[in-house]
Design a protein around this ligand. Sequence first.
Ligand SMILES: Nc1ncnc2c1ncn2[C@@H]1O[C@H](COP(=O)(O)OP(=O)(O)O)[C@@H](O)[C@H]1O
Ligand SMILES: [Mg+2]
Length: 263
Amino acid sequence: MEWTLVLTDTAAPVIELRNIHKSYADLEVIKGVDVTARKGDVIVLIGSSGSGKSTLLRCVNLLETAQQGDIVISGEPVKWKNPGPDRVPGDKDQVRRFRTNLSMVFQQFNLWSHLTILENVIEAPVTVLGTERSIAREQGQRLLDKVGIGDKSDRYPALLSGGQQQRAAIARALAMEPAAMLFDEPTSALDPETEAEVVNVIKDLAAEGRTMILVTHDMKMARDVASHVIFLHQGVIEEQGSPDEVFGNTKSTRLQQFLSSTH
Ligand SMILES: Nc1ncnc2c1ncn2[C@@H]1O[C@H](COP(=O)(O)OP(=O)(O)O)[C@@H](O)[C@H]1O
Ligand SMILES: [Mg+2]
C-alpha cells in the first residue's frame, strides 16, 4: 500500500484561532474569525485599512485581549480568567512563553536606538531566554549574516537604512527561535529600493518552512510567499484560499474591488 503525505493538512497546528471576537468599547472590530496556521504555513492577511488586520495579529500574541473565542498555540489553549467580556489572560508565565514563541515584526522596526544592531538582536535571548552573552553574540552575528547585514552589527540603528533596520528587526525576532513569526506590514515604511531587500528575506524564511502570519498591502509579496491568503473585510473573513484561488479566481465583489484599488 502506498501512503501520500499531504503536509499542509497533517502538519501540527502552531496557531489556532477559533471564533475570535474583539471590540474596543462599542466598536466590534473582529467578528468571529477562525484561522489555523500549521507548521510551515505562511498565512497572508490582506484587507483595507481599518478592516482589523493589526488587531487580529495583536490578539494572537496577547498584546490585545479578544473578548471571545479560543487561541491555541502549539496545542496549548490560552488560559483566561474572569471569563466573559472582561476576561484577561490568567497565567503570566504562559503569556510570557507565548510571546517568546510568537515573535512580532512591526512596520516601524521598534529597535532600541541606544543599542547597536547586534545588541538589539541579543537583548531578549540574554534577558528572557538566559542565553550566555558570548553564545548569544555568536548566534546574533550569524542571524545578521543571514539577513545580509553582518557587516553592520556594531552600528546604531539610526545609521542604517529602513530596509537594513527592518532586517535587523527580523534577525532580532529570529533570535528567539519562535514557533511562528507575526509580521504587521513589514515593508510599509520602506522606500522601494530597500523594500525588495526585506521582501527577499521574508521569501527566504517562507522557503525555509517557517510558520508565519503576515499582514501586507504588497499583493506581489502576498502571491509570492503565501500558502494561504485571507481577505478580511470589516472584521470578518470575506474570502480565503490559495494565492491562485484568491488572486486568480476571485469570487467576492469586495475582494475584486479591493484588488483593483491596490494596482
Ligand atoms: N486601541 C484602539 N482603540 C480603539 N479603536 C481601535 C484601536 N485599535 C484599532 N482600533 C479600530 O479598530 C479598527 C481596526 O483597526 P486595525 O486592526 O488597526 O485595522 P488594519 O490593521 O486592518 O488597518 C479600526 O476601526 C480602528 O480605528
Ligand atoms: Mg494595521
